[in-house]
Design a protein around this ligand. Sequence first.
Ligand SMILES: Cc1ncc(COP(=O)(O)O)c(C=O)c1O
Length: 367
Amino acid sequence: MRVPVLDLQAEYEKLSDEVDAALKRVCENSWFKLGPEVERLERDWAVYCEAAHCLAVNSGTSALHLALEALGVGEGDEVITTPMSFFATAEAILYTGARPVFVDIDPKSFCMDPALVEDAVTERTRALMPVHLFGHPAHIDPLLDIAARHDLFVIEDAAQAHGALYKGRKVGALGDVGAFSFYVTKNLGAYGEGGAVVTNDVGLHERMALLRNHGQSGAYAHQCVGYNYRMTGFQGAVLNVKLPHLDSWNGRRRRIAAAYADGLAETPLILPAEADYARSAWHLYVVRSERRDELKAHLAQNDVSAAVHYPVPIPDMEAIRGCGARSGALPEAHRMAAEALTLPIFPQMSDEQVSYVIETIKDFFTG
Ligand SMILES: Cc1ncc(COP(=O)(O)O)c(C=O)c1O
């Protein structure tokens, strides 16, 4: 049996009538740039995230950058973040001229460890940027407390956590602003690139709106130097078709995670678990093993696609040399880079595929 990392064709088969009609609507009305489909997505995504405002943009990276710029983060500033994320988290900080400062992760949630954050605060620190990694919410309340004590902004990188709950509340607008990615593989993915920012702060929303569209307040009225971060009408249309399915897709991911937890409980793997404050969106199901590379090869031999998120902590990457800083050693991040293995988890995955992955892993350990 073949088990891919995800199956976008199966998803499209179910939605093709609606998607095709939505794309046709965009063509017939020439709604190519922003437009009614994107505006509808902004309204619905704000409601979904329990946020007052949403702006759709052309990627999650742009969303992070827009948030930082609109908050005035720039040259000479520091932003405290996690070493374990996709590179874009740090990249967006570097775009502004600020310096990412990395603190170690909590080995249970894989997210930034709030207990280490206060020691990393200096007079240059302007913001905290936690990542809700693999769909599991970062522990936000202690971060909000630290931010309040030191007058810092909190920017949530929610690129992997559509629909995740922190103490019963949706992630995204728990801090000052949250950034989402609608990259194709995400829990809510566009047919191409996309992203969004959500916030409860109307002033911040207005600054981000200006920056998203070349700093224009009206046609050719440029108030500041901005960017072209507009979402295309096609992506808005596709996302509007997909959004009503997000909760049921997340529910299926949750059931697969539960089946893995049950089926793999007796193996030597360290399995992911939700913290008591968290309801994960289960974007990725990441286990740990000292025999990670052998297990990955065994799964590949048996046609199961497994991946490594992430093999190198961000501060160890060539691009970061000289422009990032570590706060203390990062032993948990390094351990995770050596041991983490991502098993397939996607809404269209069948029960048979889930059982097959479990049995293949059990075979590995029982020899
Ligand atoms: C945690 C995290 N932050 C930021 C991004 C950047 O999003 P995008 O690929 O849409 O630019 C990603 C996506 O890949 C991500 O996983």
